[in-house]
Design a protein around this ligand. Structure first.
Ligand code: FAD
Length: 465
């Protein structure tokens, strides 16, 4: 970290809001006007709408992330977590990946820490569930699903086989519906290469506490999406929830019980719980309370936006908050960036106002729904055309030309060369085989395994689960 005489603009989080706000500030800033410091535990921004396609192998996982240091060459990028903020003395504590925590002073603060998976104390969920918030989870899910096909194809035990071929997804919003759509598509495709596994042998289950799925695209398209998934053989259970999943034994509130090696949790998000330590005003659900200028209420030098903030939705009317989505995050980030520059120069703040432009969702190759708002009209599209809208929109929205071109290349190659169906689960612990070869001979008969060895499912298997 550099020491500087210039005012420091500290951006906490390098996701959608953090990346775009820092970029905007740097674009508008005069030479030497301020130092922009971005802190994030990851050295990259994740384009989350592409996670389901990364999980299905349609896009290389590397292409859904954007390296912060490359995109923000004029910013100071620190890889670590902001763990405390002293609002009175304007000092933040950064805990780096390694080494002791340190403090950095700031003059202006942008809080963009996003959201985390919203979970409940369900027995077995922490041990058996997998989320869909990061690229690591998307890679893990893809490897895990393909590994289940490997297992099912190589066992004579019907019980093991059935459990391996059962996939439960909890949550039918954007993330859940898109992920089950993409993963079912991939598994159906992959089954062609497994002599003893057919699509009919696999069981895909989607569970949601609400009475519909895909609320983001409205009731009509949501209903179409539901029927579409059912036609593809997905069992959908609505108005119910998962009560427990100890050792992969899933019990639903409606009485259904099913054994599954794969439990994907996509039941919504909640604001980053670390916000509670920062002494900022929070709303009823834990979001930072901001005004329509994206300033934190009661402050003139702190801004917040995106999934961790409750921003008044002026386009929807009194008392409404902007929903947590990329559409708002991106636009808020730009207004936020401009407002930080205005504060730096003593100019007035701009208000944030954005009317919903619609939503698109992909449900696997050539399948999707799209709701496009034109003036007061809502155009609803489904099937292949909607899928083209989905790809077109996200292909253009992913940050940087580098990523747009790489994603387009992935899609084009997949059209001609078919998608990859190899599981690289061992990648999660590349040292395991070498450890077995190199460990001292005296210990060779021992069953000890290095801490953290193997992926989650391998560890569970060793433990006899
Ligand atoms: C699977 C999935 C699919 C989605 N699909 C769509 C879609 O199709 N359309 C749409 O509009 N929206 C979609 N979304 C939602 C959209 O991605 C989010 O609304 C958007 O990413 C929010 O941006 P953000 O900057 O608030 O948070 P994020 O982009 O999540 O960024 C938060 C950043 O803060 C960092 N951070 C966390 N804690 C700390 C800390 N203590 N210190 C420093 N940094 C920290 C994180 O590492 C992260 O980089 C999807 C989300 C998911 C998960």
């Amino acid at each position: 970290m550099s020491t500087t005489e210039r005012p420091r603009i500290l951006v906490v989080g390098g996701g959608y809001v953090g990346l775009y706000a820092a970029r905007r500030i740097l674009q508008k800033m005069r030479y030497g006007e301020a130092t922009v410091t971005v802190v994030d535990p990851r050295s990259y921004m994740t384009y989350q709408p592409f996670l389901p396609e990364a999980a299905a192998g349609s896009i290389s996982p590397r292409h859904v992330v954007v390296p912060l240091r490359r995109v923000l060459p004029k910013a100071e990028v620190l890889t670590g977590r902001v763990t405390a903020i002293d609002q009175d003395s304007r000092v933040a504590t950064v805990t780096p990946l390694v080494g002791a925590a340190y403090e950095i002073p700031f003059d202006y603060l942008v809080v963009a820490m996003g959201a985390v998976s919203r979970t409940f104390p369900i027995p077995g969920l922490a041990e058996n569930g997998i989320g869909m918030k990061g690229v690591e989870e998307a890679i893990g899910l893809r490897n895990h699903v393909l590994e289940q096909l490997d297992k099912a194809d190589s066992t004579m035990d019907e019980e093991i086989r059935r459990k391996a071929l059962t996939f439960v997804f909890v949550g039918g919003g954007f993330a859940g519906a898109e992920t089950i759509g993409e993963v079912e598509d991939m598994a159906r495709d992959a089954a062609k290469y497994y002599p003893s596994v057919r699509r009919e042998d696999m069981r895909f289950v989607l569970v949601d506490a609400a009475d519909r799925i895909l609320p983001e695209v409205g009731p009509e398209l949501g209903a179409w999406g539901l029927e579409h998934l059912k036609k593809r053989g997905v069992e959908v259970y609505l108005s119910t929830s998962m009560e427990s999943c100890v050792d992969g034994h899933v019990v639903l509130k409606n009485g259904l019980e099913v054994d599954a090696n794969t439990i994907v949790w996509t039941a919504g998000v909640k604001p980053n719980p670390a916000l509670a330590r920062f002494g900022l005003p929070l709303g009823p659900k834990g979001h930072i309370d901001t005004t329509e200028t994206l300033q934190v209420r009661g402050s003139d030098h702190v801004w917040a936006a995106g999934d961790n903030a409750q921003v008044p939705d002026l386009a929807s009317g009194e008392g409404a908050w902007c929903p947590p989505n990329a559409q708002h995050a991106l636009r808020q980030a730009k207004v936020l960036g401009d407002n930080v520059i205005s504060a730096l120069r003593g100019f007035p703040q701009r208000t944030y106002r954005h009317a919903n432009k619609g939503a698109v969702a992909g449900l696997g190759l050539h399948k999707g729904v799209a709701m496009i708002v034109v003036g007061k009209a809502k155009i609803r599209i489904r099937g292949r055309l909607a899928w083209y809208f989905h790809r077109g929109y996200h292909g253009m929205a992913v940050p940087t030309w580098n990523r747009k071109i790489r994603v387009l290349a992935d899609w084009t190659l997949a059209t001609f060369l078919k998608r990859e169906v190899v599981s690289l689960g061992a990648m999660e612990n590349p040292r395991e085989e070498f450890y077995e070869a190199a460990r001292p001979v005296a210990a060779a008969g021992a069953t000890a395994v290095p801490v953290g060895a193997g992926n989650a499912s391998q560890q569970r298997e060793r433990a006899g689960a």
